[in-house]
Ligand binder design. Structure first.
Ligand code: NAD
Ligand code: DAU
Length: 354
């Protein structure tokens, strides 16, 4: 008889959001075994998990979710009975450079995992769950008003969001066809510690600190809806334990910001933190060629999650941003480490010609 009451495979646990989910589950649920499967791509980093990697209920498995043999082996070796699936190629700009990589990991990789559940659980799904961590980008883009609800039809517009939408469709197809118990959550933009500096907020923090140009796409008037990553991890915990199978839940903080307003806010905050004259960092703002197919506005209606499962965000954005800036300033070594090597090449390919 296993000492653990649940044996959970978390994929992508060495990435930004995955590391927060692993940390929360390992610490909060010593009665669960947490197995982290991650390929350690450029976005995955075991340093993100230094504070929990010696815990008795935590194990790391290096491997690729596309690798059927490896995935089957992990299911058998650890008697996996739950999956929380976060592993993905996650950056829209990279999906524009290399769409096939996104189809392979996000669509094929997800389907390999679904198939492993079906095969290894031998169609006996009592006490089992496949939890798919998805994005609001599958809903497409909004004009000046309105929100994405769980009923909004999928209308993805970038290779990244198309690959996540396709993966979500496979998840629901396994539910309808084979009765696999599944849940999908669709979250808005996250920010916080351990965020790889190719995404807006950590890239701007890193560039402000190093007095490098701040590349704002187009006019900077695109709108994103920001949520603190630890609140996303708490929402996943809530949905995992209390959500209904076959259902979808939107996660967001009702916190919309125009990109340019957010960058200016960060500049002011960092001038203060770095002891610079107010206004110095704003001079670094550089408008660059827009992202092709750039979605104008995302805004999540997360009222179902609040109404049915009682979740709400814990932090105001301004407070969360200040915590995030403090974390980046205190963790220069982490930033140096993840921005050495491959990052330099990505950065010049992405921004040199804009
Ligand atoms: P990330 O890019 O920081 O991390 C992805 C992780 O997956 C990395 O550790 C990477 O090594 C791993 N990985 C990639 N390909 C793999 C493969 N083939 N096999 C095994 N591991 C692999 O991503 P993130 O921002 O933490 O996003 C995590 C999940 O949450 C993704 O599914 C993403 O679509 C979703 N999501 C992200 C956001 C956001 O704002 N970042 C918002 C909503 C949803
Ligand atoms: O909405 C959820 C999604 O949020 C997640 O599913 C994705 O995994 C995550 O990467 C994120 O996608 P975005 O494309 O919204 O995030 P990104 O940080 O790349 O960009 C945020 C906004 O900032 C977007 O409007 C583009 C703009 N931007 C981005 C970068 C990197 C700039 O203006 N300049 C930049 O250098």
């Amino acid at each position: 008889m296993s000492q653990y009451t649940k044996r959970i495979l978390i994929t992508g646990g060495a990435g930004f959001i995955g590391s927060h989910v692993v940390r929360l589950f390992v610490k909060k649920y010593p009665q669960y075994l947490i197995v982290n499967l991650d390929a350690l791509t450029y976005a995955g980093n075991l340093e993100n998990l230094k504070d929990v990697d010696q815990s008795p209920n935590y194990l790391f498995e290096l491997g690729d979710i596309k690798d059927e043999v490896k995935v089957d082996e992990i299911f058998a070796k650890h008697s996996i009975d739950h999956v929380i699936h976060l592993a993905a190629e996650s950056h829209v700009d990279r999906s524009i450079m290399d769409p096939l990589a996104f189809v392979k990991t996000n669509v094929l990789g997800t389907t390999v995992l679904l198939n492993a559940c079906k095969k290894n659980w031998r169609n006996n799904f009592d006490g089992k769950l496949f939890y798919q961590v998805s994005t609001d980008e599958v809903y497409g883009t909004l004009g000046e008003t309105g929100f994405f609800t769980e009923e909004t039809p999928y209308d993805p517009r970038s290779p990244y969001s198309a690959s996540k939408a396709a993966a979500d469709h496979f998840v629901m197809a396994y539910h309808h066809t084979y009765h696999l118990p599944v849940i999908i959550s669709n979250c808005s933009n996250n920010y916080g510690s351990f965020h790889f500096p190719e995404k807006l907020i950590p890239l701007m923090i890193n560039n402000i600190r190093n007095s490098k140009p701040l590349p704002v796409y187009g006019k900077g008037d695109n709108v994103r809806d920001w949520l603190w990553v630890e609140d996303h991890a708490r929402a996943i915990d809530t949905i995992f334990h209390k959500g209904k199978t076959g259902e979808k839940y939107n996660i967001g903080g009702f916190n919309e910001w125009k990109n340019i307003d957010l960058v200016k806010f960060l500049c002011k905050l960092m001038d203060k933190k770095l002891g610079r004259p107010l206004g110095q960092s704003e001079k670094l703002i550089t408008y660059v060629t827009d992202r092709p197919g750039h979605d104008q506005r995302y805004a999540i209606d997360a009222s179902k999650l609040n109404r049915e499962l009682g979740w709400k965000p814990s932090l105001q954005f301004e407070e969360g941003l200040e915590k995030t800036v403090d974390w980046y300033l205190a963790n220069e070594e982490w930033v140096k480490h993840v921005t050495s090597g491959e990052y330099q090449k990505y950065y010049s390919d992405q921004y040199a010609k804009r």
